[in-house]
Design a protein around this ligand. Structure first.
Ligand code: ADP
Length: 481
């Protein structure tokens, strides 16, 4: 139950509200209580003043020993209040006079007035004028005041019942006791509905997200309000789905293209083998021709499988580069030498332009593959009698490896596409021109990956009807990190 965010939010909200309300109620209660007590004390002082004024007035100038008794008796008969008792004691603690007890609370009415004498005498001589006393199960406030009229000293004790004050405070506490739980209940319910309403888009989103799978990757979450946080979440999720879907599509296309490319050589292999075996007696020349076709197609198949394997490992990030120091100019000369026979067979002149020493730290096998791919393409797509050149230049700490041919060039609108996997400008031409079973449109993608893996890049820097130049830029040292 507590795993629901709605319930947890509501509980936290209600608990926080409860703490605040209880704190506020407690502060209010104690402030009011202090205030009432202070007003009661001020009232006791007032009462004492008027009582003593009456005593003084009734005594007049008389210094007779019983004049104080007379004044007190007169004041007592004039001051009769509910819940207040006036008692006057002489310095020895004997009671001179005491008013009647008219309790507001009927539960106290059975008390005898005389029963109050002893507790009142007990507060005489206290160091503070106000005291709270408790007797017979009730709370009282007493005010003690010494006075002396006509050289006759005595002590006045004003006793006030706290019945009214306590009754008011009890009502206040009872009110808080009802209002606080009710407020919490209403706030809790309100909080729950608020949380439920606010989170309902999340519930809807999670249901929609659950229904999205490989079969319907094009489905998207509905975005009710694109400007709020949940709208942002839905948009981010939809963005993730866009990327996933694009990568899924690429993967599907890759698999489809790969199987398509593999199907042709495999079909040729099967067909040629069946034809060769179908006839009993074949001449040696016929068998040799059949085997040559099989060897060509096997070579082509091998190359495609190797290229696919390289790209699959590169995609999975499982192609660690093995760095070593070597001279790029020497490697270029070596590659040109290796390709010269192929170029000569097509009557193409292959030139490796001389350059200065070009020491580089890179993966030699991969850089060699990049060069061979570019040279292979240049020779493949150049007509007989044309020329291909290879050069290495040092530019601002980077090496530029350029392969230029005098081939037909590549249409401008396809410049960015030729680096895509399996892309070929003219599939028929590409296949026909190949030597020993040719590329499947993977050579430039692998070249671009090799340059990128070295933090460099491969670009088509020139392409006209007179020819093309592919330039690979490679840093001299692997960048740190
Ligand atoms: P392929 O193995 O088919 O050559 P690549 O990825 O190496 O595949 O090249 C992709 C396509 O780019 C080729 O099919 C070809 O149409 C075009 N291309 C590549 N290099 C050249 C070039 N030097 N001159 C003209 N077209 C080229």
């Amino acid at each position: 139950m507590f795993s629901s965010v709605r319930i947890r939010l509501t509980l936290w909200y209600t608990a926080a509200m409860a703490v605040i309300l209880i704190f506020l109620a407690s502060v209010t209660y104690f402030v009011i209580r202090q205030n009432i007590r202070a007003r009661g004390d001020a009232q006791a002082v007032e009462l004492a003043n008027t009582f003593l004024s009456t005593v003084n007035a009734e005594m007049g100038e008389s210094t007779k020993p019983d004049s104080l008794d007379y004044g007190v008796a007169a004041a007592i008969s004039e001051h009769r209040f509910r819940d207040v008792v006036f008692a006057v004691f002489d310095p020895q603690g004997s009671l001179i006079g005491m008013s009647e007890w008219f309790p507001e609370d009927r539960r106290h009415s059975e008390w005898k007035r005389d029963a109050l004498v002893a507790p009142l005498r007990g507060v005489l001589g206290a160091s503070v004028p106000f005291q709270s006393v408790h007797f017979a199960g009730r709370n009282y406030r007493v005010y003690v005041r010494e006075f002396s009229f006509s050289q006759q000293a005595a002590t006045l004790v004003v006793l006030q019942s706290l019945f009214h004050q306590n009754e008011f405070l009890e009502t206040l506490a009872d009110t808080f006791g009802v209002v606080i739980p009710m407020t919490l209940l209403i706030a809790g319910l309100g909080g729950y509905f608020l949380a439920r309403n606010s989170l309902s888009p999340v519930v809807a989103m999670s249901e929609q997200a659950r229904s999205i799978g490989a079969d319907n990757l094009d489905a998207r979450l509905s975005v009710s309000n694109p400007d709020d946080e949940l709208g942002h979440l839905a948009q981010s999720f939809n963005g993730l789905l866009d990327r996933l879907s694009a990568s899924f599509d690429r993967q599907k296309r890759f698999v489809a293209d790969a199987s398509h490319e593999l199907r042709t050589p495999v079909a040729i292999l099967c067909g040629e083998t069946e034809v060769a075996l179908a006839k009993q007696d074949r001449t040696q020349a016929e068998y040799r021709e059949a085997l040559r076709i099989l060897a060509d197609e096997s070579k082509r198949l091998k190359r495609i499988v190797e290229d696919l394997f390289t790209l699959a490992r590169a995609d999975a990030g499982q192609y660690p580069l093995s760095y070593s120091d070597f001279y790029l100019d020497e490697l270029a000369a070596e590659c040109a030498k290796n390709m010269r026979t192929l170029a000569a067979a097509k009557q193409i002149t292959l030139i490796c332009e001389p350059s200065g020493e070009a020491l580089i730290r890179a993966d030699e096998a991969l850089v060699r593959r990049l060069m061979l791919n570019l040279l292979d393409n240049a020779i493949k797509y150049t007509q007989a009698g044309g020329a291909v050149s290879l050069c290495v230049k040092n530019r601002d700490g980077m090496y530029e490896l350029g392969v230029t041919d005098s081939g037909p060039g590549i249409p401008a609108d396809l410049h960015s596409k030729i680096f895509e996997r399996f892309f070929r400008v003219d599939k028929a031409r590409s296949r026909k021109e190949q030597d020993g079973g040719g590329g499947a449109g993977l050579g430039l993608s692998i070249g671009a990956w090799i340059a990128g893996a070295h933090q460099g890049q491969l670009e088509l820097t020139r392409s006209t009807s007179e020819g093309s130049t592919f330039t690979a830029t490679l840093p001299q040292h692997p960048p740190p990190g």
